[in-house]
Design a protein around this ligand. Sequence first.
Ligand SMILES: *[C@@H]1O[C@H](CO)[C@@H](O)[C@H](O)[C@H]1NC(C)=O
Ligand SMILES: *[C@@H]1O[C@H](CO)[C@@H](O)[C@H](O)[C@H]1NC(C)=O
Length: 272
Amino acid sequence: MEQMKTNPWTLSVLLLLAGPLGADPDWHVEYPDSFCVVEGSTATIPCSFTHPAGRRVERVVWCTNDEFCRRLVFNVYDSSNVRADRRFRYLGDLVGNCTLKIIKTVKRDTAMYRFLFQANGEGYTGQKGVIVKVTNGEVVKVRSSVTDNVVKEGSQVTLTCTSACSFHQLDVHWYRNGHALSETGPALHLSSLTNNNTGNYTCSLDSSGQKTSAPWSLVVVEDEGRFDWHLTVSVVLKVLWSVFLLLLAGLVFAKRSAPGPEHEIVYSEVVG
Ligand SMILES: *[C@@H]1O[C@H](CO)[C@@H](O)[C@H](O)[C@H]1NC(C)=O
Ligand SMILES: *[C@@H]1O[C@H](CO)[C@@H](O)[C@H](O)[C@H]1NC(C)=O
């Protein structure tokens, strides 16, 4: 009996060494690369598999931190040996669904999970595995594309809402001074900033406003560079105006003191 149990694991190792997972069109196991869950809540890890045609699956196993699910004691679920921890429930079947539910997750559930099915005495492991990460829910943060809270008018800032589970969070809500903004999604793009954009920004991972981040305060100040430019232009204009007036005055003066036409006539008479 012990020998029979050992053989499938050896076979699965050989099978996996023969080629990368998925290269064999006969069978595969599919689950997300990683899965994030807030401590205390329930995680349902989606999983599907196909088994080699003409074979009947007689056993399914979910294990943690074991590349080939070979150890018999640490499996979180084993259809042939249903153990004590009822927090792990197999929602799948023996045909193609290997969904696993973890009820009331605790910090130590964080691990690399793998699924194995046994068909006609051979074990097949989804070797890639799914990383399940259990976090405490207090890590929602606003990150800014600029390090300084004080930015110049006309510039732009992108605020990003992050959390330990951010790769699962698409439903992000934004607030300025506690008032909801129309923009949703993990990134908030603010461009052509004016003083109206000044305020305290927060984001939240659900519409109820729970799991809200600490505020990020944004202060938009007048662009001093642009102010200098205005000043320069007005100074240049004033100087040009003064030069123009001087030239005009000089011209009038020159015209007045210039010899009159009679003198020219007299002069020409003398020459002639
Ligand atoms: C697998 O089973 C779960 C739980 O019953 C279900 O929610 C899920 O839709 C099933 N997946 C597929 C691909 O049928
Ligand atoms: C933003 O927060 C700071 C302190 O965090 C506070 O002093 C300031 O009054 C707040 N601004 C607004 C508009 O609520």
